[in-house]
Design a protein around this ligand. Sequence first.
Ligand code: CUA
Length: 343
Amino acid sequence: MLSFLMPEAASTQASETDAIYLALVGFSLVIVLLVAGLIIVFSIRYRRSVRAERGPLPVIVSRELEIGWTVMTLFIAVFIFWWAASARLSALPPPPGALEIHVVARQWMWKTQHSNGAREINELHVPIDRPVRLVMTSQDAIHSFFVPAFRIKQDVLPGRYTETWFQADKLGSFHLLCAEYCGTEHSRMIGRIVVLRPEDYGRWLSVQPQSDDFAREGEALFVATGCAGCHALSSKVHAPKLTNLYGHVVQLSDGRSVTANDAYIRDSILQPNRDIVAGYEPIMQSFAGILSDGEIQSLTAYIRSLSVTPGENAAAPGQRSPAMVPGGAIERPNSAAPQGGQP
Ligand code: CUA
């Protein structure tokens, strides 16, 4: 109906998002027309020069009718809330086997990194018909990753990770915009998402300058930054070991317990004295200002690769496993980890 007003739809999420949007517009339109129509009718019918009946109104509205329309509009409002909220909630967790891509936003560009280490600036190449999960963070201001054709928009925040995912179902090139005012050149913080056939994506990926995949890069950093000095299995220092940490519950010295996820690992690196693991001394220094966001992402990927069970998305064995990386199986120190079904 109003689809000519909508941006091109190129993802699996798009049709339902559009349906909800158009239903809301349609519903509002009906009410606006009803109210505006009555205003016009009454202002003509009861204008000053007309001799119309102006006494007390006869009772034409029964209590049943009044209750009826109140309940009906309430029902419609609750239905729309339920519809939109359930569509949003069910769209939140990425499906198993989603391709993981890291996004770092900064003033004023988008930096994306594929799981084999290939990097892009203001561009992102993805395969068609495959879920793509974005793990995003910002180096400075708040940005917002907005792809109108995919109907996704997710804030990208400094100091923490946000995630979103999409599955493109149309080949081509689509606008990537920043949808949060982030400074002078906010309006020029634009890029494009290029959707390729799987074989073309594989070819594209294989000719990108190779660098290490996330986890392997993280492993190198783990040694180079000195983390291994305390956290390696062989270390004599009394520090929490990281094997099978990711996705598991950690007891803290103040009695709380937390699940070791991306945010927890990030906090532990940047503010190590905030959450002290039960049984350990607060001896670690902060790595704020020493490690970049990209490096923390890589370290997190490495720590994740040390866990047998995947973290938050437990329904997706191997989903976070670096083994899904095209062309990159990595060696793990404790290699009982389940392997994802990906090549
Ligand atoms: Cu980044 Cu606006």
